[in-house]
Design a protein around this ligand. Sequence first.
Ligand code: SF4
Length: 238
Amino acid sequence: MPRAARQPDPGPDPVPPPGKDPFDIDLVFGLLREATAGLPKAAMFELRDRGHGTPFEQLVSALISARTRDEVSLPVSLRLFAVANTPGAMAALPEERIVELIHGATFPEPKARDIKELSRRIAEEHGGRTPDTLEGLTAFRGVGPKIAGLALGIGYGLPVIAVDIHVHRVTNRWGYVATKTPEATLAALEAILPRTYRVEINERLVPFGKHICTGVAPRCSTCPLLRQCQQVGVTDHE
Ligand code: SF4
């Protein structure tokens, strides 16, 4: 049974295996900040730090980044926002122009169609204000819970967790959750992760998962989290 099912606020086992320290989420986030300080940021957070952190921009860039690598989605989003970064301006662009601007992202035609449509609806039906609820955002075609979560978390600063493959893999290796799918990881994290880390977990674990706790051969021997991490399922590492 996932640890998150226990009450109240269980977290990992209080008695760590031999050679490990008790899991301390505050200590872990401190170590994560140090470990990722010199690494490229996840695209959405890089955009925020470059002045494109409005809920609308975060919603559009999350949609662009779906199934697209950060190295591509970041310049694509910057190119689009240089031309239009408000619902009204975006809705005024011809769909073909949006396709041109997001060239390089996966599925540019359906994404351009969805971006134009949600921009029009935000401008016309919501007075230009991007909805600030999961229900409101997922009512737009092409917007699922992960995209909505990023827009709510980064754009509105709400304590919403966005679970991607890195968050799922790393938190399971720590032994912080014990889940089979990103959806189950989201539910488990919502039960145990302090609110203060709910947006930051994606910001830290995307670069950490890309460069240190990699899918194949994670770099455990030099990992600063080695004493906290239970290395669940890790059979081959550097
Ligand atoms: S010790 Fe290994 S499995 Fe654990 S977080 Fe570090 S790299 Fe990942």
